[in-house]
Design a protein around this ligand. Structure first.
Ligand SMILES: Nc1ncnc2c1ncn2[C@@H]1O[C@H](COP(=O)(O)OP(=O)(O)OP(=O)(O)O)[C@@H](O)[C@H]1O
Ligand SMILES: [Mg+2]
Length: 222
């Protein structure tokens, strides 16, 4: 149950004891089918819709790689869009904290957005720590296993902490951030990812090339 949330702009505590995250409360609704098939959209856009789901520690390079990948996909003539962890929390998930249940809700919302984008025929790249296996399994189920390409940026925490591009590890070590993945909250590595990239061994461009090499055959239509 959501007891309270901190309203981000004002830092005001808003109490909401009405419902659980993701609880189904809509009634009297009926699904209406589109008249356009996935194959028609794929033919129009030149690719099958997919979700390239990047997971890894803070500082592993998810945002850096996602936006480079998105740029290259666009240059190749694909319709691609990145959903980024921090960016999403400026809007869609602004009401969510980093507590486990809020992370789960965050991933549920993102997965639903991926599904909508994929239904529209768009390639999606996501950049979320998504530390819990069960949450990534939920995302895979929502998006659809055939469209979900799990990519683990398996960079060691020592390297991520050394990079510390946002100064977050420093703050977390000083106790200024709670629920920080790798320090005060767990990261559960994927057991069987489609792809594993160690960004301490490969440059950004090499990492993107490696991802391209593995993922393009899965969505490209010749
Ligand atoms: N091979 C590499 N791949 C990706 N990033 C790299 C690489 N080498 C160095 N970096 C640097 O590491 C940092 C990665 O930061 P980035 O914000 O992309 O991480 P993130 O995984 O999105 O973290 P967060 O979960 O906090 O959003 C950047 O400063 C980037 O320039
Ligand atoms: Mg990021």
């Amino acid at each position: 149950m959501v007891d309270s949330i901190v309203e981000r702009r004002t830092n005001r505590l808003v109490v909401d004891r009405r419902r659980k995250h993701g609880e189904v409360v809509s009634g009297n609704i009926t699904w209406t089918e589109t008249k356009v098939t996935p194959a028609e959209r794929a033919q129009l856009l030149g690719h099958e819709a997919s979700t390239i789901w990047l997971t890894g520690l803070s500082g592993s390079g998810k945002s850096t790689i996602a936006y480079e990948l998105e740029k290259q996909l666009i240059w190749m003539g694909h319709v691609a869009y990145t959903l980024d962890g921090d960016n999403i929390r400026f809007g869609l998930s602004r009401d969510l904290s980093f507590a486990p249940e809020d992370r789960t809700e965050n991933i549920r919302r993102i997965a639903e957005v991926c599904k909508l984008f994929n239904d529209a025929g768009i390639l999606v790249v996501t950049a979320f720590i998504s530390p819990y296996r069960v949450d990534r399994a939920m995302a895979r189920e929502i998006v659809g296993a055939d469209r979900f390409i799990e990519t683990h940026l398996a960079t060691a925490i020592e390297v991520c902490e050394e990079r510390d591009p946002k100064g977050l590890y420093k703050k977390a070590r000083a106790g200024a951030i709670s629920d920080f993945t790798g320090i005060s909250a767990p990261y559960e590595s994927p057991e069987n990812p489609s792809l594993l990239v160690d960004t301490s061994r490969m440059s950004v461009l090499e990492s993107v090339s490696e991802i391209m090499r593995v993922v393009t055959p899965r969505f490209r239509q010749e």
